[in-house]
Design a protein around this ligand. Sequence first.
Ligand SMILES: CCCCCCCC/C=C\CCCCCCCC(=O)SCCNC(=O)CCNC(=O)[C@H](O)C(C)(C)COP(=O)(O)OP(=O)(O)OC[C@H]1O[C@@H](n2cnc3c(N)ncnc32)[C@H](O)[C@@H]1OP(=O)(O)O
Length: 202
Amino acid sequence: MSTANPRGTNPASSALTPPPSAIPPVRHPDAPAPGELLGAHYEDCFGCGGGQPHGLHLQARAGEGVSITAEFTVKPAHQGAPGLAHGGVLTSALDETLGSLNWLLRTIAVTGRLETDFVRPVPVDTTLFLQAEVAAVAGRKIYSTAVGRIGGPDGPVAVRAQALFIEVKVDHFIDNGRPEEIRAAMADPDQIRRVRAFEVNP
Ligand SMILES: CCCCCCCC/C=C\CCCCCCCC(=O)SCCNC(=O)CCNC(=O)[C@H](O)C(C)(C)COP(=O)(O)OP(=O)(O)OC[C@H]1O[C@@H](n2cnc3c(N)ncnc32)[C@H](O)[C@@H]1OP(=O)(O)O
């Protein structure tokens, strides 16, 4: 068994293991500097947008290399069992953090596969301290890992995830999103500016 297994004793499925042809990720020269907040990629995003009252309002910050830190505080609207975070909500927080990594590559990508280990229960009002990094890239495939700790950035691990993101063109959203939201996004100069930053990617 690999000693570098980020999931402890639970091996990820083979679809989440980078192939031998994979290469280390390359931080885009125009990526936000380490310590900078990334800001929302879409105002109505459930993960990072300010426009969703029950959203996660997750704020991601660029780290060194191709890594991200983020914080998310569990609200009563995020419960599964009484007083505890819903597992799907925790997975959403991991998904959002992992998705933010692609910003540092200046690549538009969507989640293809995401595996989560729930290690400890997470009570309401807890802040989850998330850290994620890209492990490898193979063509359009981006392999990433994330961990969420409670009690502080160095506290005990509550959740872990491994993911495969797939690079897409902006047409992925234009062709598949509900037309009314796509029209509104295309009429929003801020949204267009954010997307353009990706399209000039060499
Ligand atoms: C101006 C207006 C527009 C606004 C623009 C907004 C800009 C926004 C900017 C940034 C947004 C970021 C948003 C982040 C939000 C958080 C992240 C999410 O939650 S994303 C939502 C959940 N995910 C999905 O909805 C994907 C649904 N799935 C798909 O659409 C397709 O399946 C897709 C694109 C993932 C792949 O389809 P294919 O046809 O393009 O490519 P194929 O050939 O199938 O796969 C490519 C390679 O990947 C592997 N692959 C694909 N899916 C896999 C899977 N599930 N497991 C393992 N491997 C997989 C395949 O085996 C293939 O590998 P081989 O190249 O042959 O080696």
